[in-house]
Design a protein. Structure first.
Length: 578
């Protein structure tokens, strides 16, 4: 399914996840409650794929008058850091969402999880296993053969309880023992073949410090977190569909022998949420693997997690994307049950649509060529009126300085132009945006024969860009006054990868060979003075060049601009006639 079909599906009506919520509400399944959660692992920065999940979980909560919790699934201390926790919360806020209450952590519930683990041991549904991880892997069986039972599977309950408590007390080294569930060695679902519930990891945890040296596996923790938080709809990406039977088994195993009123042998039943899976986002020319993104950062191939070429939320924010554009993108692609790849041009289209309404227009020249107006008075300058945003009448106008010496783009002049080149050439007249008509009279070259300046004349009667006699040049060029312009650094960004589906390389081939070496081009040009002191994060349209954002590397007098997206919109372009 391509991105156009995905958009059409979203536009036809409510997606299947929302239909489930509607059906549950109509039957009173959860007493009219809707409680969702966004549960990232704090082992990296969030990316555009997470943005889809954020908008889905928080959006459903908002639409149905429910709540959405932000929970860090911090069950792997070796890879998790406070830096990631901070970045995740910042990204969610930037996207325009606010979670219910405080930030939750899986580690907040470790004591409860441990108690339930002991309960499963007592029920004969879990055991301590002395096999190594490699041995467990070798005995998992195949699609046609069941797994082999661990020699410790029938270990006495009291012995498993004692060993599990000693694991918790730190008596054993990493990898020496695990706690495993006792489920079904012949299950066609490998997740149910006596999965590991706890492993020994002697590592400092960002939230709990050195309190724990045994850590729950994600599958054990996931459903318990949802239960504790009273989640009604546990929305996951499609790869967790095969995990759902295990999610349900753990909760059902705890509830065995429990009753709704608490009169059961083990007390009151715990809450059992419903897990729902949807297809994750795949985006053309983009890698969304945290492992691979981390590799790019650690190898210093990019400027960091927030490099404007990275698909991280912090990266696209630095590049110049707006939260409104991301939310619009998430709405357009919709939610479905099957994998598809969305064209990155749709994401860019959403940004153009948003910035077209908001961004002020300014003129900048990124590859400057000097233009001298011979008949313009020496020492004179004037201010011309320029429209700030033609799509927003309330944005008003600004004053743009004009003088004898200007800069235009190198590509706007050709000494020997082809037939369909309508910009400036010897003897040709063009319109300067908001200013005058100019005609090229001669070309100045250096000793090597390179063009370094143009000698032109202007028509004073065409101030404002119109001629009294009605003549209309075929081209209008942007420009800046050399005397008044501010020098800038512009970083021109393209796609980080050169192939539509990067990362799918043969075994033995480095996936990084698909990186596009031209994904960033740094040029130095000039900007009209009105925008030279714009704050970090400000977004403007450089006329004829694209939408740009002030980068955090900017310094007073030395602004740096990132090109967020060009003006050409292939996604919105009308189809060509056959």
């Amino acid at each position: 399914m391509n991105e156009h079909a995905a958009v059409e599906t979203a536009e036809r009506g409510t997606d299947f996840v929302r239909k489930i919520v509607i059906d549950d509400n109509s039957t009173g399944k959860w007493g009219g409650r809707v409680a969702t959660r966004f549960p990232p692992e704090p082992n990296g920065y969030l990316h555009i794929g997470h943005a889809k999940s954020i908008c889905l979980n928080f959006g459903i909560a908002q639409e149905f008058g429910g709540t959405c919790k932000l929970r860090m699934d911090d069950t792997n201390p070796a890879k998790e850091e406070q830096e990631y926790v901070d970045s995740i919360s910042e990204d969610v806020r930037w996207l325009g969402w606010q979670w219910e209450g405080k930030i939750r952590f899986a580690s907040d519930y470790f004591d409860q999880m441990y108690g339930w683990a002991e309960e499963l041991i007592r029920k004969g549904k879990a055991f301590v296993c002395d096999m190594t991880a490699d041995d467990v892997g070798r005995t998992r069986g195949t699609t046609t053969e069941p797994a082999k039972a661990s020699p410790y599977r029938d270990r006495p309950v009291e012995e498993s309880l004692d060993l599990f408590r000693r694991m918790k007390a730190g008596e054993f080294p990493d990898g020496a023992r695990t706690l495993r569930a006792k489920i079904d060695l012949a299950s066609p679902n490998f997740m149910l073949r006596d999965p590991i519930m706890y492993r020994i990891v002697h590592a400092e945890h960002h939230n709990t410090g050195s309190k724990w040296c045994i850590y729950p596996m994600y599958d054990w923790a996931h459903g318990l977190e949802d239960s504790i938080e009273g989640i009604t709809h546990s929305i996951c990406t499609l790869e967790f569909e095969v995990h759902r039977p295990l999610y349900d088994w753990y909760l059902d195993a705890i509830n065995e022998g429990r009753t709704d009123d608490g009169s059961g042998l083990w007390g009151k039943k715990i809450h059992h949420a419903r897990q729902i899976e949807f297809a994750r986002l795949n985006l053309s020319y983009t890698v969304l693997s945290k492992r691979k993104l981390l590799e790019l950062v650690q190898a210093k191939i990019v400027r960091g997690w927030d490099d404007p070429r990275m698909p991280t939320i912090s990266g696209i924010r630095r590049r110049g994307y707006t939260p409104e554009a991301i939310r619009d993108f998430a709405k357009r692609i919709g939610v479905n049950k099957f994998d598809s790849t969305v064209d990155v041009q749709l994401l860019e289209h959403c940004l153009r649509e948003d910035l077209n309404k908001k961004a002020s227009r300014v003129m900048a020249v990124l590859r400057p060529l000097k233009l001298v107006i011979e008949n313009y008075p020496d020492g004179k300058s004037e201010e011309l009126d320029a429209v700030n945003n033609p799509n927003d009448p309330a944005a008003g106008t600004r004053k743009v300085p004009f003088s004898k010496t200007l800069y235009i783009e190198v590509e706007d002049f050709m000494e020997e132009p082809p037939k369909k080149f309508f910009r400036l050439a010897p003897g040709r007249e063009v319109r300067l945006r908001y200013a005058y008509f100019v005609t090229c009279k001669s070309v100045v070259k250096d000793a090597a024969g390179r063009i370094v300046a143009l000698r032109c004349t202007y028509d004073p009667a065409t101030r404002g860009g119109d001629a009294p006699d009605g003549r209309k040049p075929k081209a209008t060029l942007h420009w800046v006054s050399a005397e008044h312009a501010a020098p800038i650094e512009a970083r021109l960004y393209g796609q980080l990868f050169s192939k539509p589906e990067p990362g799918n390389v043969p075994e033995g081939v480095d996936w990084k060979t698909e990186l596009d070496p031209k994904s960033e081009e740094v040029v130095r040009g000039f900007l009209e003075s009105s925008a030279a002191s714009a704050p970090v994060g400000a977004k403007v349209q450089f006329e004829r060049l694209g939408y740009f954002c002030v980068d955090k590397d900017s310094k007073p007098g030395s602004p740096v601009f990132n090109r967020a997206v060009g003006l050409k919109d292939a996604y919105a372009a009308p189809a060509k006639k056959p």
